[in-house]
Write a protein that binds this ligand. Sequence first.
Ligand code: FES
Ligand code: FES
Length: 163
Amino acid sequence: MTAIRFLVNGAPVELEAPGMRRLLDVLREDLGLTGTKEGCGEGECGACSVILDGDVVDSCLIPACQVDGRIIRTVEGLAALTPDGRILDDLQAAFLATGGAQCGICTPGMLLAARVYLDAGGGPDEDAIREAIAGNLCRCTGYTKIVEAIALAAETGRRPAGA
Ligand code: FES
Ligand code: FES
């Protein structure tokens, strides 16, 4: 067992786990953060995406020992927690508005890949958005509404305050 400490969604976590236990299992089973999904388990689908020190990674491929001292954000960390409850971030709101939240398996990873894209200054260009989510597969409904949602969030984020 290895002692591992890290921040997840702003909260400090300290636990003992086999060093090679997958980050995906630590998040879902040890910490109850089940918004992170398992699809392929082989680094191909992006369902297990989380943000690790600002980059999107496949948590099914990351051994727990590699996140010691690092900062993780999961889909649970997107919405802001206020005294009145949770407030969706602009990206989540855009997914709702366009119907981009098509299923619970791929959507968390799509949101996180898109969050990194927008945080890096990404805009509403369709090709750029499709490239940003290229590691996140939808096996059913298609990407049109997802791309629309990310473009909408990009436009919304660029709107001047009060507009
Ligand atoms: S479950 Fe990790 S990439 Fe598919
Ligand atoms: S796999 Fe989630 S919408 Fe297609």
